[in-house]
Design a protein around this ligand. Structure first.
Ligand SMILES: Cc1ncc(COP(=O)(O)O)c(C=O)c1O
Length: 365
C-alpha cells in the first residue's frame, strides 16, 4: 500500500483478489476506507509501537511481520486476541547483481529482519508467546529489478534462506512471503518490464526447496508493490516561467518535490523526470518546481521541445511513490488534486491537506 494508498486504487486491486501489505496506522486507515477487511492485511515494519499494534489488532488485523525479539514482545503486549506472525529473515547472501536492483533490504547490511543464520531449533521467535504464534517466514530482498534473471536470482536467494532456515530449525512454515522487487518506470515514459520466464523459474525454485507449495504447504505470497500502481498515475503540471541562465534553460513548474520525487534526496531516481510526448530536438532543460530552494528539481536534463509559460506538461508513470512519497509539508503549498479516471469517466477527485493540531498528550499546556 506504501506504493499508493489511494483508497479507490487500493479497492480496485483488492477487488482483483490481491491482499494488502501495510506498515502504518495511516495505511491501515486507507485499507479500511477502501472497504477491505482488515484480516486481509499483513502488517509490517521495523519499528512498530505497542500503540499502533494494539490499534491494528483492535481493527481486525490478524497477521504481522515480526522483525526481532523486541518487536515480537511488543506484539505480545499489544495483542489481546490471537494473532499470527511471519518472522522476517535477513540474510548475508545477496541474490542478483548489485547494479541491477534499486534499494536492497537483505543480502547487504540493512536494518530489516532477524539474522537468519542465528536462528536455532527452539529459538524464542519460533515458539508461540501470549496470544501470538509464528506461522511462517517473510523475506524482502530488493526493489525495482527490471532484469528478469536478476529478479529470479533475488527470488532464489529468498527461497534458499526461507527453506534453509526451515530445515535448520525444524520449524515448518505454513506461509512463506518471498517479497517482490518487480520493476516499473518512474516519472519517465515507458512500459513495465515483462517477465515471461518468471513464473516457471519460480515454480522450479519452489519445487526444489519447498515442494509442498503446490499443495499450499507452505502457502507462497509475493509483494507486487509498485508493479500494480506505477502506470496508474500522471502528474499534470503547468509551466509558470522559462528563464535562460548561462546557456541553461530553467523551466519553472507549479509542481516540484512537494508533489513528486521528494525521495530523490534518498537516491530514489529523480531528478530525471521526462514529460510525455515532449521530446523534440531542443536542448535539454532543467525542470524545476515552485519551492524556494535550488534543490526543487524534477530533472536536470528533460526534453520539453519549445517550453512556454502556460504549457501543461504530463509526467507519466507516477502512480507509485508519487504524491505520498513527496515532501508534502515543505513550504506548505496546496497539494495537487488527485483525479481518478476509469476509461473516460472521472470516478473520484480529492485533495490531501497537511494540518496540525495542538497535542493533548502529556506535557501539553
Ligand atoms: C517489505 C516490503 N514490501 C513491499 C515493498 C514494495 O515494493 P516496491 O518497491 O516494488 O513497490 C517494499 C519496498 O520497499 C518492502 O520493503
Amino acid at each position: 500500500v506504501k506504493a499508493n494508498p489511494h483508497p479507490v486504487l487500493v479497492a480496485a486491486v483488492a477487488a482483483l483478489g490481491v491482499d494488502v501489505e501495510i506498515s502504518s496506522t495511516g495505511e491501515l486507515a486507507a485499507v479500511l476506507a477502501a472497504g477491505i477487511a482488515a484480516d486481509r492485511a499483513l502488517y509490517t515494519g521495523p519499528a512498530k509501537t505497542v500503540d499502533e499494534l494494539a490499534h491494528a489488532v483492535r481493527e481486525g488485523v490478524r497477521r504481522f511481520s515480526v522483525e526481532s525479539e523486541p518487536d515480537r514482545d511488543r506484539l505480545v503486549a499489544a495483542a489481546g486476541s490471537p494473532v499470527d506472525y511471519l518472522v522476517r529473515l535477513h540474510a548475508d547472501r545477496a541474490g542478483g547483481a548489485a547494479g541491477a536492483v534499486g534499494l536492497r533490504m537483505t543480502g547487504a547490511p540493512a536494518q530489516f529482519g532477524v539474522d537468519a543464520a542465528a536462528l536455532r531449533p527452539g529459538a524464542a521467535l519460533l515458539e508461540p508467546a501470549g496470544s501470538t504464534r509464528p506461522v511462517g517466514f517473510h523475506v524482502f530482498s530488493a526493489t525495482n529489478i527490471a532484469d528478469e534473471d536478476a529478479l529470479l536470482a533475488e527470488f532464489e536467494a529468498a527461497v534458499v534462506v526461507a527453506a534453509g532456515t526451515a530445515e535448520r530449525t525444524g520449524f515448518t512454515p505454513a506461509v512463506v512471503d518471498l517479497g517482490g522487487g518487480f520493476g516499473a518506470p518512474f516519472a519517465v515514459p515507458g512500459d513495465r518490464p515483462d517477465y515471461p520466464r518468471l513464473r516457471a523459474g519460480l515454480a522450479r525454485l519452489l519445487d526444489a526447496r519447498l515442494p509442498g507449495w503446490r499443495r499450499g504447504t507452505p502457502a507462497v505470497a509475493v509483494e507486487s508493490g509498485r508493479y500494480l500502481m506505477a502506470a496508474a498515475g500522471t502528474l499534470l503540471t503547468t509551466v509558470m516561467d522559462v528563464k535562460s541562465r548561462a546557456g541553461r534553460t530553467f523551466v519553472i513548474c507549479d509542481a516540484g518535490v512537494n508533489a513528486l520525487g521528494g525521495m530523490s534526496g534518498l537516491g530514489r531516481l529523480l531528478p530525471a523526470a521526462q514529460p510525455r510526448g515532449r521530446t523534440g530536438d531542443a536542448a535539454p532543460v532543467v525542470l524545476v518546481g515552485p519551492l524556494c530552494t535550488p534543490l526543487d528539481v524534477l530533472s536536470r536534463s528533460a526534453r520539453v521541445g519549445q517550453p512556454a509559460a502556460g504549457d501543461v506538461l504530463a509526467v507519466p508513470n507516477v502512480g507509485a511513490y508519487g504524491l505520498t512519497a513527496s515532501l508534502v509539508a515543505f513550504l506548505g503549498r496546496p497539494l495537487p488534486v488527485e483525479v481518478v479516471i476509469d476509461g473516460d469517466r472521472v470516478v473520484d477527485a480529492r485533495q490531501m491537506h497537511v494540518t496540525s493540531s495542538v497535542s493533548a498528550g502529556d506535557g501539553a499546556r
